[in-house]
Write a protein that binds this ligand. Structure first.
Ligand code: MTE
Length: 320
């Protein structure tokens, strides 16, 4: 297994502590007003979460957060891709409440010395929670900025002690046909499966997510546990994970299987490599006005200084 070099983030990507703290103070004050008045304009407009939702906070990690202003709560929880619940962006919020998330276990096995099934409560306590503001760039050329709460996936993988044969990680997500209206349509061969190379999975940016905006993850965002890999297209970030396997061979993900010419294994955000049906050079920021210009997409979604070295010597147009 290759050793992980923890790179320094470029200055432009770091949120200075003071900026970070003042943003946190502002969010806290807005939430407090919402509690006191019950109808703060920000809460009404859906820009911050309803204060009555269950909290899950994390220590702000400015080092791995971007400066961009997070999207409104309503964008993050109301404009989703979660095809198990339908293909419209509003379907997940409409239907995901039916998914049963308690009890919930995650089986971690394959090429490991200590295979184990973890209860979700154990997983929530496995490592200190952090809050990180990440960009999410969807392959459909829209993007958001999301304050996730979680900890690095590496903390979980180290617990099971990967063997020398572990070269890739696969994530299998929940399949509850009776609660998931979308799985009647064979868009992909359910359950949804994704994968990462071992060094990508162990990279400090790769986050296991349990919450968003200081709240427990809503079902539509992948409750009770999902992955966030911010330099890759959003489809690599599997939601509602139930099984993690370490394997020797490169896995075939659901999207590769359904459309191999459109979706590759790596799926690194890359403005220079078109999707066969559209350009990836620009993106639409969800929440911007209709007249706002499209934003230029950045290589590796702006995380290049942290991740580019993992792909040295690779042809990213071929390994897309
Ligand atoms: N995970 C599952 N199980 N099912 C899905 O349909 N969609 C992916 C990813 N994870 C998906 C999934 C895609 S295409 C994107 S862009 C992100 O989830 C969206 O995450 P969000 O809705 O929380 O923003």
């Amino acid at each position: 297994m290759s050793r992980i070099r923890i790179p320094q983030p470029p200055p432009s990507e770091i949120t200075p502590e003071a900026v970070w703290q003042s943003r946190r103070r502002w969010l806290r004050q807005a939430a407090a007003i919402g509690l006191a008045a019950g109808s703060a304009p920000a809460v009404l407009a859906g820009s911050i979460p309803d204060p009555s939702l269950p909290a899950l906070t994390g220590k702000p990690n400015g080092r791995f957060s971007v400066m961009d202003k997070p999207n409104a709560w309503d964008d993050i929880t109301g404009y989703n891709n979660f095809y198990e619940f339908g293909t419209d962006k509003e379907d997940p919020r409409r239907h995901a409440g039916r998914m049963v998330t308690e009890p919930w276990t995650v089986e971690v096995g394959g090429e490991v010395v200590k295979p184990r099934t973890f209860d979700i409560d154990e997983l929530r306590k496995l490592a200190p929670m952090e809050e990180r503001i990440y960009r999410l760039r969807c392959v459909e050329a829209w993007s958001m900025v999301i304050p996730w709460v979680g900890y690095p996936l590496s903390a979980l993988l180290k617990q099971v002690e990967p063997t020398g044969n572990a070269r890739y990680v696969t994530f299998e997500t929940a399949l509850q046909p009776e609660n998931m209206p979308g799985v009647n349509r064979r868009i992909i061969d359910w359950p949804y499966v994704e994968g990462l190379r071992m060094d990508e999975a162990m990279h400090p940016l790769t986050l296991l997510v349990f919450g968003v905006y200081g709240k427990l993850l809503p079902n539509q965002n992948g409750a009770p546990m999902r992955v966030a890999v911010p330099w890759k297209y959003g489809f690599k970030s599997a939601k509602s994970v139930v099984r993690i396997r370490l394997v020797e061979e490169q896995p075939v993900s659901s999207w590769m299987q359904s459309a191999p010419s459109e979706y590759g294994f790596y799926a690194n955000v890359n403005p220079d490599v078109r999707h066969p049906r559209w350009s990836q050079a620009t993106e639409r920021r969800i929440g911007d006005s209709l007249f706002a210009p499209r934003v230029k997409t950045q290589m590796f979604n702006g995380y290049g200084e942290l991740v580019a070295s993992m792909y040295d010597g690779m042809d990213l147009a071929r390994d897309f």
